[in-house]
Design a protein around this ligand. Structure first.
Ligand code: 9MR
Length: 358
């Protein structure tokens, strides 16, 4: 009897120890990324864009990797208008505050994304029935209140996001239709007034793919820089949602030279490398992984050709492939990021690291 009891107790104890060890392994609080911090290898800022909601629970691998490997954080959604403005007369900064305070505790500067966009606007805005002047007041108040609230805590703002179509026309967004074409210049002026120390960026996708879009952005900049007084703009964010083949390095180089000629900083602001644009690949293969690694290497290398004072940094748009916006937005399997679904570093990560080496 005694012996049987002892065996039961020992077996139970052993099982308990196994369970605790297993929990520790998955877990969370003990998780330590294996590679050296990526951002410390770079002579320019290396950041990441992340959705803060539910992602930064204590010890999550997502959170651990974000703060270990990246020196700067872009809240992917928390600073957009739909997140901050539940009703016309209400600003709700709670979630953004909570997340920015976390970044501050981790010692990570925050990149603000974004003050003016035609998407992720609150539903009440679509029904907002006001005069042109009411719309002006609404947008200027949004910029003044948001950039003003975070003054000194957000190092830079994507002031306007995606204002141009790929063919170079000014997008017929709700902002343009209610405020007129000059809403762009006004937005930058209002942002500078609200936070004189934040760097102000125009951010868009597809610029190296579409010469007409590049031309439109350059014309906007030339216009801003030649007005008296000039409209404040410090740089351009090239989102860099790219594939392993497009756009060419030559096309990217051309955009960089046009922007440098205007003395503007350049931010690769939402970098991811789609490997399954046409949905032809059902599985991830070593061959795809190698190609993607080479592509990240090439992208980092071409970025380093910029004069260092114009290097605002490279921001990767997410941590693990399983969380990428590409999967749910396009409803296709893809593997666009530096870490896989289990948050293990991919050849993409090592390609990035090599791109940073001498
Ligand atoms: O990363 C963001 C994602 O979580 C949202 O679902 C998505 C909705 O459009 O917006 C995200 O990122 C976008 C960014 O804000 C602007 N450029 C395009 C990005 C992908 O849509």
């Amino acid at each position: 009897m005694r012996l049987a009891e002892t065996i039961v107790v020992m077996t139970f104890g052993l099982l308990l120890l196994c369970l605790l060890a297993w929990l520790g392994g998955c877990g969370s609080s003990t998780y330590q990324p294996t590679e050296d911090p990526l951002f410390e290898k770079a002579s320019f800022p290396v950041g990441v864009g992340v959705d803060s909601r539910g992602r930064f629970s204590d010890g999550s691998r997502f959170g651990a990797l974000a703060f270990h490997h990246f020196g700067r954080i872009t809240p992917g959604n928390a600073l957009k208008m739909d997140a901050l403005r539940p009703a016309e007369d209400i600003y709700d900064f709670d979630e953004a505050e909570r997340f920015i305070a976390l970044c501050e505790r981790e010692g990570k500067p925050v990149w603000g994304h974004t003050l003016v966009w035609h998407l992720q606007t609150p539903t009440w805005l679509l029904n907002f029935d006001g005069t042109a002047e009411d719309w002006r007041v609404l947008l200027s108040d949004h910029i003044a209140s948001t950039a003003g609230h975070f003054q000194g805590r957000v190092m830079a703002w994507d002031v306007v996001n995606e204002a141009f179509e790929d063919d170079g026309r000014l997008r017929d967004s709700l902002w343009r239709s209610h405020l007129g074409d000059d809403y762009l210049a006004d937005a930058f002026r209002w942002a500078r007034q609200a936070d004189p120390d934040a760097a102000l960026f125009y951010n868009d996708y597809g610029i190296p793919f579409h010469p007409a879009k590049l031309q439109a952005v350059l014309s906007m900049i030339d216009d801003f820089q030649t007005r008296q007084p000039p409209v404040p703009i410090d740089g351009v964010g090239l989102q860099m949602h790219i594939t392993d083949t497009e756009p060419s390095i030559e096309a990217i180089r051309h955009v960089l030279s046009e922007l440098s000629a205007r003395d503007l900083q350049v931010h690769f602001s939402e970098l991811d490398v789609s490997m399954n644009l046409n949905g032809l690949h059902a599985t991830w293969t070593p061959e795809l992984a190698e190609r993607q690694g080479q592509r990240f290497f090439d992208i980092v290398r071409v970025y380093r050709e910029l004069p260092s004072h114009l290097q605002a940094g490279i921001t990767v748009w997410g941590i693990g492939d399983g969380d990428s916006w590409i999967r749910y937005f396009f409803n296709r399997l893809d593997w666009p990021l530096l870490f896989d679904e289990d948050y293990e570093p991919k050849p993409a990560f090592f390609g990035f690291v090599e791109g940073l080496a001498d």
